[in-house]
Write a protein that binds this ligand. Structure first.
Ligand code: PLP
Length: 396
């Protein structure tokens, strides 16, 4: 049996998304900006996708949603764009984010630091979320931007976005949220949330890879980083990725349609998996069930190196993760576990299991059994670390 429980890394493309995209590869492949029919025949699908995307995040007609290549691009654009528009040319010089953001945010902020910008990385509590008081205390007269994720990729913990939006608005500070792990899992409404910028990636909600988006609230400035043919009303030049945009639109529509299914059915499966795993002695899960996205568990199985567990599960045909995808080939501790104050040896035991609307009951039963067996086997041997080199060699 093959079981895919790494949906926070990426998801299967929904078959109907794939079908919707298909004609735009070999039939209607014209450049949408061309003046002939090959170009113009792509317009209805592109318009439909734009409508689906606006509706999916609750954007107003006067707002802008610019299609990018991924959330990493959207995030870098906002953070560096704010630098150009509000810091370099203005009197602000401070950005606030958290210690548990995705590397795209952390590294873009480090880049700003190298340009002389002050950045505050807010600590999180033992559930992995920030305290609003800590945020309020961090804000300064020269704070230009607050960038705080909607939902965490490791723990699934949902941040108090509406409250953060209100705090930022009161202080006239720009607010960006990385909603990459929120779309398709919880309702996302940019107006209710009071965000100025919001980033997302289609492949996290059963859309194609290589396409994402950036929401920009009406009236908010953003310097373009890609200059050229003036596509996307000059926001982002480059020939439009027609199949990708069409696919992201369809995926967004389906994501919204399936929110109740996520909240009920996916959560029910996730909760059962979690309840069974917590029966294993010396295990704990970060964050409460209700405060998490319905599909995610970050579990620590004391004494078992996460990579060793991954190796056993991989042999059983189960895909999981120990941390963010880009770090999973290194024997590193889970960064979010570290941020919540877990001891180093515990932070090495993190195992992330992330479900999707395609996960079945049989797969969960199989996974429970496989993890119970792996724990028994790995706890019976003294050094779990000896497994990691094999794992890496096998991937070379
Ligand atoms: N933000 C979060 C919270 C993520 O989980 C990810 C991917 O794992 C990203 C940003 C980056 O997404 P992409 O790799 O599609 O650019």
């Amino acid at each position: 049996m093959r079981v895919y429980l790494d949906n926070n890394a990426t998801t299967i493309v929904d078959p109907s998304v794939y079908t919707t995209m298909a004609p735009y590869f070999c039939e209607m492949y014209g450049n949408p900006n061309s003046l002939h029919e090959f170009g113009s025949e792509t317009h209805p699908a592109l318009r439909c996708a734009v409508d689906q995307i606006y509706a999916g995040i609750g954007a107003d007609d006067n707002d802008d949603v610019v299609v990018t290549s991924c959330a990493t691009e959207s995030i870098n654009w906002v953070i560096k764009g704010v630098y150009f528009d509000y810091i370099f040319n203005g009197d602000k010089n401070h950005v606030v984010t958290t210690e548990v953001e995705h590397p795209a945010v952390i590294q873009a902020c480090k880049f700003l630091e190298s340009l002389g910008v002050k950045v505050t990385y807010l600590p999180v509590n033992s559930d992995g979320v920030i305290e609003l008081k800590t945020l309020e205390n961090s804000l300064q007269d020269d704070t230009a931007l607050v960038s705080i994720m909607w939902a965490n990729n490791e723990t699934g913990m949902i941040f108090p976005i509406e409250e953060i939006g209100k705090i930022c608005k009161k202080r006239d500070i720009l607010f960006h949220t990385d909603a990459t792990q929120a779309i398709g899992k919880v309702p996302v409404d940019v107006i209710k949330a009071g965000v100025d910028y919001l980033s997302f990636s289609a492949h996290k909600f059963h859309g194609p890879k290589g396409v994402g988006g950036l929401y920009i609230k009406e009236g908010k400035v953003i310097t373009s980083l890609l200059h050229g043919g003036e596509q996307m009303e000059g926001f982002r030049s480059g020939t439009l990725n027609t199949p990708g945009i069409v696919g992201m639109g369809k995926a967004m529509e389906l994501a919204v349609e399936n929110l109740d299914f996520e909240k009920n059915s996916v959560k029910k499966l996730r909760d059962r998996l979690e309840d069974e795993l917590l029966k294993i002695p010396d295990t704990f899960v970060v964050g409460t069930k209700e405060q998490r996205t319905p599909n995610t568990i970050l579990i620590s199985v004391k004494g078992i190196e996460g990579e060793a567990m991954l190796w056993d599960l991989n042999k059983a045909g189960i895909a999981a993760s120990t941390g963010s995808a880009c770090a999973s080939e290194a024997l590193e501790s889970n960064p979010v576990m570290e941020a919540i104050g877990a001891e180093a040896d515990l932070a090495h035991t993190a195992l992330r299991l992330s479900l999707s609307r395609f996960t079945t009951e049989e797969e969960i039963d199989y996974t429970i059994d496989a993890i119970q067996k792996a724990v028994k086997r790995l706890r019976a041997i003294s050094s779990t670390f000896s497994y990691a080199p094999d794992w890496h060699e096998s991937k070379l």
